[in-house]
Design a protein around this ligand. Structure first.
Ligand SMILES: Cc1cc2nc3c(=O)[nH]c(=O)nc-3n(C[C@H](O)[C@H](O)[C@H](O)COP(=O)(O)OP(=O)(O)OC[C@H]3O[C@@H](n4cnc5c(N)ncnc54)[C@H](O)[C@@H]3O)c2cc1C
Length: 392
C-alpha cells in the first residue's frame, strides 16, 4: 500500500540515519523524513566528531561502546571511509581538583569494561606532544576512543540504508501525528507533513533540537531544550596529535567551562569549548568572542598552535535534557511512539548505539542492552531528580 511503512523516522540526523540503517537491515520498510535538504544537515554536521565511551553514566558508556564497535568496523564491513581514527581520549590534569574528579569516576568506568587509566605527566607529554608542562600532574587516557567525520558517516549510513530499501524524503516538515482510532493520547500510527500523510505502526521521534515539539504533538511533555555551542577547524598540518584532548579546567578569562580538540584524518585541528554561562535557545550566529578566547586557551596549552591557520567556525545546538542524559525508548503513554532524543553534546557518538537498541526494541520488543541499564534512559524517569552526569 502506498504511503504505508513499518517505521517512520522523524529526522535524518545523528540518531535517525543509523536507526534507518539498522531497521532496514532487519527487513523493516522504513521512511525517513527531514525538513532539510539532505541527511546530517541538522546538528549532526555541527559535531566535531569525538567518539568516546568514557562517560560516568552506565547507559551512555554501554551505548557508546556499541557505537565505537560500529564506527571502527564500518570501513571493513561496508567499504566506505568515514574518517575513523582510533587515537583515544586524553584528559590532561593540572590541578588536584580535576585529578580528584577524574579519579573518582575511574572505578565505574572500569566496572563497565572501559579501557581507561590514570597516567603520570611523562606519559601525557608523549600523548600530547608540545603540551605546556607547567603544573602538569598527569591525566587519564582511554585508547579505544576516537574520532569520525560526521558528514561522511551520515552520508555513508544513508547510502547503505537506501541500498537496503529505506526511503528518505527531504524538504518535508512534520506538522502533526496521526491518531490511531480517535484518541491521540493512547496511540499513533502515522505522521502528517507539509506534503502529505504517511502511515506506520511505529514512529520514531529523532528530531534533535526540535524533539520536544514533536512530543507535544502526542501530548507528551519531555524536556529537551537546545543550547548553543561554537566550534572551528584549521587548515591541515602534518599529523602529530593522536588523541582527542579535553582540558576540563575552567578558563582564566571567566567564560569557558572546558575546551577540547583533536586532529582529524585530514590533518585539521577541530576544536570547541563549553561556555561557562550556557547560551539557551536556537541562535546559531557565530560570535566574535569565540575565536580570541579559543585561540588563547589552545596556545596556552600547546604553544606551537600559535602558527595554526583557522579555516572556518560555526555554532550549533546541543539538544539538552535537565539531567544531561539522553531519552531513548518507547513511550509508555502513547502507543506506537519511540524516542531517540535529548542527545545533549554526545548525539553523534551515541547515534549508532541508540539506533541499534531502538531497532531491537521496535522489532523484538526489547533493547540489546541489559534492561536495567537501558532504563536509565527511560522517557518516564524523573528528569529533575538532582542527579547529573559528571562528564557531560
Ligand atoms: C559545536 C558542537 C560540537 C559537538 N561535538 C560533538 C562531538 O564531538 N561528538 C558528539 O557525539 N556530539 C557532538 N555534538 C552534539 C551533536 O551534534 C548532537 O548531540 C547530535 O547531532 C544530535 O543528534 P540528533 O539526531 O538528536 O539531532 P540532529 O542531528 O539535529 O537530527 C535531527 C533532525 O531532525 C530534523 N527535524 C527536526 N524537526 C523536524 C520536523 N518537524 N520535520 C522534519 N524534520 C525535522 C532536523 O532537520 C534534523 O536534521 C556537538 C554539537 C555542537 C553544537
Amino acid at each position: 500500500m502506498k504511503n504505508r511503512y513499518d517505521v517512520i523516522i522523524i529526522g535524518a540526523g545523528s540518531v535517525g540515519v543509523p536507526s534507518a540503517y539498522f531497521l532496514s537491515k532487519m527487513g523493516e520498510k522504513v521512511l525517513v523524513i527531514d525538513e532539510l535538504s539532505s541527511s546530517g544537515q541538522g546538528q549532526n554536521k555541527s559535531a566535531i566528531g569525538g567518539v568516546r565511551a568514557t562517560h560516568s553514566d552506565p547507559a551512555k558508556i554501554q551505548i557508546c561502546l556499541q557505537s565505537i564497535d560500529i564506527f571502527s568496523n564500518w570501513k571493513d564491513k561496508v567499504g566506505t571511509d568515514i574518517g575513523w581514527k582510533k587515537g583515544g581520549y586524553c584528559f590532561p590534569v593540572f590541578r588536584k581538583k580535576e585529578e580528584e574528579i577524574l579519579k573518582s569516576i575511574l572505578p565505574i568506568q572500569k566496572k563497565h569494561g572501559l579501557r581507561i587509566d590514570w597516567f603520570d605527566s611523562n606519559k601525557i607529554k608523549k600523548l600530547v606532544p608540545g603540551i605546556n608542562e607547567k603544573g602538569l600532574i598527569g591525566g587519564t587516557f582511554s585508547p579505544n576512543d576516537g574520532q569520525v567525520n560526521p558528514l561522511l558517516a551520515s552520508e555513508s549510513f544513508t547510502n547503505e540504508a537506501v541500498k537496503l530499501g529505506a526511503e528518505f524524503r527531504y524538504r518535508e516538515r512534520i506538522i502533526g501525528l496521526i491518531a490511531k482510532g480517535s484518541n491521540l493520547d493512547l496511540a499513533i500510527n502515522g505522521v502528517k507533513t507539509t506534503k502529505g500523510e504517511y502511515k506506520a505502526d511505529a514512529v520514531l521521534n529523532s528530531a534533535g533540537a526540535n524533539a520536544s515539539s514533536i512530543c507535544k504533538m502526542a501530548g507528551l511533555n519531555i524536556p529537551v531544550n537546545p543550547d548553543s555551542h561554537e566550534a572551528g577547524i584549521t587548515a591541515p598540518i602534518r599529523p602529530f596529535l593522536k588523541p582527542l584532548v579535553v582540558d576540563i579546567r575552567p578558563g582564566k578569562e571567566g567564560k569557558t567551562a572546558n575546551f577540547y580538540f583533536g586532529q582529524n584524518t585530514e590533518g585539521q585541528i577541530i576544536f570547541c569549548y563549553t561556555p561557562l554561562k550556557i547560551f539557551q535557545g536556537e541562535n546559531r550566529q557565530a560570535t566574535s568572542e569565540f575565536m580570541p578566547i579559543m585561540a588563547r586557551r589552545m596556545v596556552d596549552l600547546i604553544p606551537r598552535f600559535k602558527n595554526l591557520i583557522i579555516r572556518r567556525q560555526w555554532r550549533g545546538l546541543y539538544p539538552m535534557t535537565p539531567d544531561g542524559v539522553a531519552v531513548v525508548g518507547k513511550s509508555s503513554k502513547v502507543e506506537g511512539l519511540y524516542l531517540g532524543i535529548g542527545m545533549c553534546g554526545q548525539g553523534f557518538m551515541m547515534g549508532p548505539g541508540v539506533g541499534l537498541n531502538l531497532t531491537n526494541l521496535i522489532t523484538k520488543g526489547k533493547s540489546l542492552l541489559n534492561h536495567k541499564v537501558f532504563n536509565l534512559l527511560s522517557p518516564d524517569r524523573d528528569f529533575y531528580s538532582g542527579k547529573k552526569e559528571a562528564l557531560k
